[in-house]
Ligand binder design. Sequence first.
Ligand SMILES: [Cu+2]
Length: 277
Amino acid sequence: MSSRKASAGSAAPAVLFAIVLLILVASTLFLHLDHIWWFPKAITPVGHQIDHQMFLTFVLTGIVFVLAQVALAWLVFRYRDQGRRASFIRGSHVLEVMWTTITLVIFVGLGVMAAHSWGEVHFGAPGAGALQVEVTGVQFQWNFRYAGPDGKFGKIIPKDIDASVGNPLGLDPSDPAAKDDIVVPDLYLPVNRPIELQLRSQDVIHSFFVRELRVKQDAVPGIVIPVHFTVNKIGDYEVTCNQLCGLGHYHMHAVLHVLSQADFEQWERKQEAQNAQ
Ligand SMILES: [Cu+2]
């Protein structure tokens, strides 16, 4: 009696596994389609391109994911323990070459399609009339510098860096070009104007990240890294540091204020007046 039972095999583990797998697939699909914990809306044209690329990647990998998991659930059920001895197969070289090639083509294809958007932010020339802002990371805050009315960034002398006397960037007091430079702890940008940020760091590697810009770029000591974009939506957004840069990393953040051209000019004038005092 007991040997007959054993030879009939047991379907329970296979059925249970297949059901759990299908539940996992369904909940993953739900989370992605319903946009729970989704990223905030992009505020730059490049950001929309990046979102489109992301969407394409999700659709392609999503189809493969669902097909593969449903096939796995079906095969686990189909070839469940039926009391027979398993037989060994060697697999298929043709199939392996085929799916490796398809995967390769999809991944390289997606990479090639994305290269343009990524290159525009990192390697493209800044648009005509671009506003240049220097962004400096230091444990544990961001400083933003504007060239002021003369349009020229003043000289920086590392030994003059002293936040306690109001010179966190070490502006050279003897350089006339440095006198009108505006240094602030928050980032103010005009809407619809090309922007060039020049990222720097005074100590360790930090990372400039604004989710809505879809820009994340390391700031590395010793080099200046430019990024370009144009913002097309007025509002306040959070600037964070995205590299674990020390004990105070968690509170290293600032606010990006995107203003209308008129409001931005008014803000600039206010800063210039304060500098002149
Ligand atoms: Cu940091």
